[in-house]
Write a protein that binds this ligand. Sequence first.
Ligand SMILES: Cc1cc2nc3c(=O)[nH]c(=O)nc-3n(C[C@H](O)[C@H](O)[C@H](O)COP(=O)(O)O)c2cc1C
Length: 160
Amino acid sequence: MDQEAKKRSLRMITYGLYILTAKDGDDVSAGTVNWVSQASFAPPLIMVGVKKDSHLHEIVEKTGHMALSILGSAQKDIAADFFRPTNVEGSQLNGHEFEFSPEYGLPLLTETPAWFEARVTDAVMRGDHTIFVAEVTGAGVRQPDAVPLVMRETGWFYGG
Ligand SMILES: Cc1cc2nc3c(=O)[nH]c(=O)nc-3n(C[C@H](O)[C@H](O)[C@H](O)COP(=O)(O)O)c2cc1C
């Protein structure tokens, strides 16, 4: 295989950017992810590629629950704040206000335009990331007119 072509073509896949959160008691984990897609109409399934050796992976695998806060087009700075280790201080997660999701009590960033929480139904464990398939069981929209943040416009890449 032409490695350069593989890299360039995979990097042409279009992604958004999201803050993935999970919680096991007092143990909270949050990170910026881009490998996210809807995967079924009914039931409403999503799939997320989660790094196998991450703390996020450990908690999602253990609890079977996850939440995604969807970043808006002007929220690249928030994405950058979640490449760092998770730090909870009062009502803030890595310096950003959060509240708990209604069903599973997972952190949701209040600044972001929309969110959903989901229950893991399947996990494909192959390679260095696990594909968690999860059913969306709750969702909310705070800013209906918001435009989502697109990975390409950040100049960042993940994989390829
Ligand atoms: C541009 C970019 C995109 C990323 N996308 C993902 C992703 O889709 N899935 C993932 O597991 N990690 C992704 N990461 C890495 C996570 O942000 C990081 O592993 C996460 O914060 C968890 O860290 P931990 O190891 O401390 O739990 C991405 C990193 C960057 C820089």
